[in-house]
Design a protein around this ligand. Structure first.
Ligand SMILES: *Cc1c(COP(=O)(O)O)cnc(C)c1O
Length: 427
């Protein structure tokens, strides 16, 4: 499609957008009395209007039923997480019993590492990406230390080539093969939080398996954003948070995937708790742990129902629309954003560059823009003018035109505000 950087053209695209009515399903903050253009759904998604009723329902059941709510609430609390299995498994491409929701992301990565990072004298190394999300770095460092290794001997980072912004798949493959029999685990962020690069999870998982390693993925920036086929890709395990593209609220619950091939393996160690115990016998208070066969077997505690309620609202909203529709809009709106940036770039040349991969296979709903010169000032100008973007050192703003609630008109207006900001700075 040939785009135009005009308000009429943007409005035209909005009219063709099957998701356009969903913008009204979300609550937008305002700046100077106007709803903002929100580009930080990759960090904290907006609140869907329907979410409150899910929380209110739990509050009401708690008030009216108290402890009886475990079994007699509108959505009984004791197996509340099972409501996620079907819709969430569609979002991540797993079987219903391969997914569960519990705890928070870093906590779940730790719990999954207990089962899936089993270093031996000869096989103890972990591959991750250079400049992984800090929490993942701390998590990996503490895990290898826990097993008696030094991070610099056990953790191998895949580097970007000199002068390049993104990591090449061929370099990941080469590194996996180079480490070969010493490689215990590959654990990478499926979509890089900084650049928005989407990794070839299918290929990397297969290559990791060829050398006998376990392969897990941190899907914080991938879930609800890209098409995932965790089961078919044969991914061993994965975890994600729900507050970014999934719009479930600040710091909210995490989802986990454990491939079915591991479910019956009683040898896998895990840190157990009563909510992972055989459902029918949970309240018999037996002393021997008998895990549920499935991802639910990794559950630990009584469910935090009040935090799961907003996540359920969100998962049902995704299920109603389907990932395919979201992905179609995502590609179109991201391409339009790229086009508008290029048009503005012509008028104010040399002001910025996009560091996210150009190829649509390697990117999703995020363009990271490196600002030349006084970037911080421009960032503040955008915020003051109602464009919510985020700032990452040294000079990067990340723009996520989330398909659920960003419009093509938003993109056009953003371009105009950006141009004004850059021109103002030049004077
Ligand atoms: C957002 C994010 C996290 C955050 O982890 P929490 O435990 O939810 O604080 C971790 N890893 C990656 C890659 C992320 O993008």
């Amino acid at each position: 499609m040939i785009f135009q950087n005009t308000i009429n053209f943007a409005k035209q695209l909005d009219l063709q957008d099957v998701l356009r009515k969903y913008k009204e399903e979300f609550i937008f903050p305002t700046v100077k009395g106007k709803e903002v253009i929100y580009f930080t759904g990759n960090s904290l998604g907006l609140q869907p209007k329907r979410t409150k009723s899910y929380v209110d329902e739990v509050m009401k059941d708690w008030a009216e039923l108290a402890v009886e709510g475990h079994f007699y609430a509108q959505k009984p609390w004791w197996d509340y997480q099972e409501r996620f299995a079907t819709p969430l498994s569609k979002i991540v491409g797993g079987l219903p019993n391969e997914v569960t929701v519990m705890n928070t992301l870093t906590v779940n990565l730790h719990l999954l590492m207990v089962s899936f990072y089993r270093p031996t004298i000869s096989r103890y190394k972990i591959i991750c990406e250079e400049k992984a999300f800090p929490s993942d770095q701390y998590m990996l460092q503490s895990q290898v230390r826990f097993h008696g290794y030094e991070p610099n001997e056990a953790i191998v980072e895949i580097k970007r080539r000199e002068g390049e912004h993104n990591i090449r798949t061929e370099d990941i493959i080469a590194k996996i093969n180079e480490i070969g029999g010493e490689l215990a685990l590959v654990l990478i962020g499926g979509v890089n939080y900084y650049t928005g690069q989407v990794f070839d999870m299918k290929t990397i998982t297969a290559v990791g398996h060829q050398v006998g390693a376990i392969v897990g993925w941190d899907l914080a920036h991938a879930v609800g954003n890209i098409k995932l086929e965790l089961h078919n890709w044969n991914v061993d395990f994965a975890a994600w948070c729900s507050y970014k593209y999934m719009n479930s609220g600040p710091g909210n619950a995490s989802g986990c995937f454990v491939h079915e091939k591991h479910h019956a393996n009683k040898e896998l160690p895990r840190f157990a708790g009563w909510w992972g115990h055989n459902k029918e016998r949970r309240f018999k208070m037996e002393s021997e742990f008998d895990p549920v066969q499935g991802a639910d077997g990794w559950q630990v505690s009584n469910l935090p129902v009040l935090t799961l309620a907003p996540y359920l609202a969100s998962v049902e909203m995704f299920d109603e629309v389907g990932m395919e529709v979201l992905i179609n809009k995502r590609d179109r709106i991201t391409a339009y954003l790229e086009f508008v940036l290029a048009e503005i770039g012509k008028e104010v040349s040399g002001s910025f560059e996009i560091i996210t991969p150009i190829s649509p296979e390697e990117r999703a709903c995020q363009l990271s823009v490196f600002l030349h010169g006084e970037g911080r000032e421009l960032f503040e100008y955008l915020i003051e003018n109602g464009v919510i973007v985020d700032w990452r050192e040294p000079n990067v703003i990340r723009l996520a035109p989330v398909p659920f609630y960003c419009s093509f008109e938003d993109i056009y207006h953003f371009g105009q505000i950006l141009k004004k900001g850059i021109l103002k700075k030049a004077h």
